[in-house]
Design a protein around this ligand. Structure first.
Ligand SMILES: C[S@@+](CC[C@H](N)C(=O)[O-])C[C@H]1O[C@@H](n2cnc3c(N)ncnc32)[C@H](O)[C@@H]1O
Length: 212
């Protein structure tokens, strides 16, 4: 996989509020830096990729203040909301990576994350767009290189067709195996998961762990 990735996200036009714009001015304080000496103060490091509006990221960060949560997103409104929530709740354990996550993963040379969470990755439903889907073999390789041994990979999708492809990709990947004791249980539903429920779409969850 090269440094130049086929975009896996849609440029969302969504409205951005003054609150979000003001918060975005502080991104420098919250941007993830792998060399920050403060990272060592945390027992664990969990990566959530594509946090959207950040509902799940903020809840898990509030629940476990000894873990550093690295949230990855490119959607500016969502990043602005998350910075706002981090500030108002005085959370010290949230950092943001505001580019395509693959630009971070390719530069991590040894296992770093305890868990990786991906909720409702963009489904790219048309067959000609499937190549843009984030979850593919190359991406799993990047995750396997950066996840610790037995580290959890939790993926949730609200599209059956993507679920089939995620299942097949994970089952064929020798570096991951089924995880029967996951700590992830959809306790905190995201905006896209709630929408799926309203639209009577099934949510499929994948609980895997990195084995090799
Ligand atoms: C369908 S939304 C789901 C958002 C949220 N997880 C939820 O469930 O409500 C997928 C999100 O993943 C983000 N995303 C997609 N590809 C990404 C990438 N390569 N790096 C970082 N974020 C990405 C998009 O910007 C988008 O906000």
């Amino acid at each position: 996989m090269e440094d130049n990735f086929l975009p896996s996200f849609v440029k969302r036009k969504g409205r951005i509020t003054k609150y979000q714009i003001d918060n975005l001015k502080d991104i420098g304080k919250y941007r993830f830096n792998i060399n920050d000496s403060l990272n060592k103060n945390f027992n664990k490091k969990v990566l959530e990729i594509g946090f959207g509006d950040g509902e799940h990221l903020i809840k898990i960060a509030e629940q476990d203040t000894d873990t550093l949560f690295i949230g990855s997103e490119v959607y500016q409104s969502g990043i602005g909301s998350v910075i706002g929530a981090v500030k108002s709740k005085s959370l010290k354990n949230v950092r943001i990576f505001d580019q395509d996550i693959r630009n971070l993963l390719i530069n991590i040379t040894k296992p770093y994350f305890d868990d990786v969470v991906i909720i409702c990755p963009d489904p790219w439903q048309k067959a000609r767009h499937h190549k843009r889907r984030l979850i593919n073999n190359d991406f799993l390789e990047l995750l396997a290189n950066t996840l610790k041994q037995d580290g959890e990979l939790f993926i949730s999708t609200d599209w059956d067709n993507y679920a089939e492809s995620i299942n097949e990709t994970l089952e064929q990947n020798a570096r991951f195996s089924l995880n029967k004791n996951s700590k992830y249980n959809n306790e905190f539903l995201t905006k896209f998961q709630k929408r799926a429920i309203t639209e009577n779409r099934k949510i499929s969850n994948f609980f895997f762990k990195k084995t090799i």
